[in-house]
Design a protein. Sequence first.
Length: 49
Amino acid sequence: MRSRGLGDSIEKFTKVTGIKKLADKIPGGCGCDHRKEWFNKNFPYNMNK
């Protein structure tokens, strides 16, 4: 899957390094999905190429 923006790239990095697995164990959630969408909205990649 191609990254739509910076949020998708950060998520891929955290999955590979194991950070996401740790963050998912935080009680009440880590807010990762909200943060990913914010980064994608504010720092999108140019998809016209």
